[in-house]
Design a protein around this ligand. Structure first.
Ligand code: SAM
Length: 280
């Protein structure tokens, strides 16, 4: 998934970017399997952020009736066409709406919302699900995905480009980021019982596995699709991100270090300023 000039803004994901979402089989099959396992004939399904309509299509294939919200006009009209040519238009009601403001009232057996992003940053997964839960008086047990596990490690990143040093937050690439510590869970989020605050303020102690200068931390987010089934982050789905440290810190194998994070769900990546400190 290139992070080029058409990198998604925090709300709308332009139609051209949906190509990368559609060709990501790991993501698609993970969601399709969850939908096949959880959606039954006759179910009322609410999809928040329908994009090209593919997840609504999977639900319709199970015999459900779907109400699907999409904010972006071009994407929504494309979805209308795709749902038509895939033979499920009569089962899916596509609505032009901002899911942060409008949730069509009704009783839903299943809610689907894929606005996932590493660290639950950038996109509106938590905000939209919180709003939906408030509007509907709770989310159904069959909410897809069900939650997320947020992990962190610290390491050594190469932020130089043709000898030009430019340390800024970027997607993880195994070629230029080497983890030097074990990875640790810093937050578990259950979408059915969201924390009261969006703020993630945490300090985790991690074991150093290799001696070197630590100049970055990496955030990784796995998705809990349904009970016991996890969709791991990949270089396409929920791509891990590497954040430079303002104050790099030397670390020796066998020691422990402290990683501090302080951000809110939905924040822009640039707002995340992790710190690494020696741990005594
Ligand atoms: C990551 S895409 C997923 C699209 C589709 N569900 C899929 O899995 O391929 C998220 C979609 O949600 C839409 N979206 C983002 N914020 C929204 C909001 N507040 N209300 C409605 N749609 C929104 C974006 O435009 C985008 O199409």
């Amino acid at each position: 998934m290139p992070f080029g000039s058409f990198y998604p803004m925090r709300e709308v994901i332009p139609l051209i970017y949906h190509y990368y979402l559609l060709r990501d089989e790991h993501r698609l099959l993970g969601f399709r399997d969850a939908i096949r396992a959880l959606v039954r004939p006759g179910d009322r399904v609410l999809e928040l952020g329908a994009g090209t309509g593919i997840l609504s299509f999977f639900a319709a294939q199970q015999g459900a009736r779907v109400v699907a919200l999409e904010l972006d006009d071009y994407t929504r009209e494309a979805a209308r066409h795709f749902l038509q040519i895939n033979g499920v238009a009569s089962q899916v009601e596509l609505i032009a709406a901002d899911a942060r403001e409008t949730i069509p009232s009704g009783v839903y057996d299943v809610v689907i919302c894929e606005m996932m992003f590493t660290g639950l940053l950038q996109e509106r997964q938590v905000e939209v699900l919180r709003r939906t839960a408030a509007q509907l008086g709770g989310l159904p047990e069959r909410t897809i995905p069900r939650g997320a596990t947020l992990l962190v490690d610290a390491g050594s990143a190469d932020f130089s480009y043709a000898s030009y040093n430019a340390p800024f937050v970027r997607p993880y690439d195994p070629k230029d980021y080497r983890p030097l510590t074990a990875s640790k869970v810093y937050c578990e989020v259950d979408f059915l019982s969201l924390p009261e605050t969006d703020r993630v303020m945490t300090r985790v102690v991690v074991d150093v596995e290799e001696s070197a200068q630590i100049n970055a931390v990496r955030l990784v987010t796995d998705t809990l699709m349904r009970s016991g089934i996890r969709l791991e982050a990949s270089l396409e789905y929920c791509w891990p991100f590497v954040f430079p440290l303002a104050n790099p810190c030397p670390a020796r194998e066998g020691e422990k270090i402290l990683v501090q994070l302080d951000y809110s769900f939905g924040d822009h990546c640039l707002q995340v300023k992790p710190q690494v400190l020696p741990w005594r």
